[in-house]
Design a protein around this ligand. Sequence first.
Ligand code: PMP
Length: 376
Amino acid sequence: STWWGNVEPAAKDPILGVTEAFLADPSPSKVNVGVNMNHIREYLPMGGSVKMVEETLKLAYGENSEFIKDKRIAAVQSLSGTGACRLFADFQKRFRPDSQIYIPVPTWANHHNIWRDAQVPQRTFHYYHPETRGLDFASLMDDIKNAPNGSFFLLHACAHNPTGVDPTEEQWREMSYQFKAKGHFAFFDMAYQGFASGDPERDAKSIRIFLEDGHLIGIAQSYAKNMGLYGQRVGCLSVLCEDEKQAVAVKSQLQQLARPMYSNPPLHGALLVSTILGDPELKNLWLKEVKVMADRIIGMRTALRENLEKLGSPLSWEHITNQIGMFCYSGLTPEQVDRLTSEFHIYLTRNGRISMAGVTTGNVGYLANAINEVSK
Ligand code: PMP
C-alpha cells in the first residue's frame, strides 16, 4: 500500500526559496542579495538544520540505516515533540483527509488537543489495565484487529506517558505483525529516548522492530528530556517513504505546512544538538549522562517501593519498579491525591501520576510515608 503516493512536490517558497537555491549553487562567484545572511543569527531553512536532522535520524532509525542511505526519509526539524506531532497531524489531514487517529487510553493529554485542532477524528484503543497496573495487551490486540484496515495509530515508542507501561519486545513484534496484516500506519511519538533503559539505542527497539517488518512509519522526536533542552524547542518529524522521490515531495509539503505557521524553526537548540551529536567525544559524554539520569530514576523507583514496604503497607507496590521512564502511574485515586496535597503539601496530577524526576534521596522517605498514610 502506498501512504503518500498522492503527495506532489510543493512549489518553492518565493522568498526562502532564494536562499535554498543560493546554498545549492556550487559556483565560486555566487552572490546572495535575496535575504540578509548572518552566520549565527540567520534563519534556518524551513526544514531546519540539515546537520541536526541527519544526526537525529540516526538515533531513531539506526546509525547505519539503509533508509537514511537511500534518502527515503522525509524529515524536518520541528518545534520539539509537540510541534512534530502537530505537523504530522496537519499533514495527515491534508493528504489523508478521510483518516482517523487511534490514540491509547490513557495518553499524554496534549495528544487529544493536537489531533483535535488538526481536525483529525479520534478513536481510542485499550492500553493500560488498572487492576494489574500493567498493559492490557489482549484488549490492545483486539482493538488493532477490529480497527478498519489502513488505520492510523499513535504509539509511544518508549516510556509511555503517563503510565510508565511499555510493551515487551515480544509484544511489539506481535503488534507489528498485526499492523502488517491490517495495513495500519504507525506513528511513533518518542519523547523519552534514553529515559526508559538509559540507552537510546535500546529505547528505539520498538521502532526498529517495525522497520524490520517493512512498515512505512512516522516518528516525532524531542530533545526536551534527553538533552534537557525543554525551552529550546528542538525536535524532528520524519516520515519514511517508498523512495527518494516520494521523500522529496513529502518533505516539500511538510515545509509548506510549516511556512504559514512559523516559517522556520529556532536555531540555537539545533546548533547545540548538532554540535554534541556530530562530535564522537561529546556524543559519548551525552550518552553517559543520559544513563546517569535514567539510572537515578530507576534507583528512586526502588527506594520508593522499599520505603512503602518497610512502612508495612499491605498493598502491592511492585508496579512502581515494573513501570519505566519518567513517570509512575501510582494507582492513587483523585481523592487520595487531594489528601497528599492538602495534608502533606505534595503536588501531582489527580490521575495519580508521579514524576519520578522530582523524587530524591532527600524526599523519598517523606513521600513514601505520605502515600502510605493516604492509601491506608
Ligand atoms: N509526547 C509525549 C508523550 C510527552 O510526554 C511530551 C512532553 N511531556 C511530548 C510529546 C512533547 O514535549 P516537547 O514538545 O517539550 O518535546
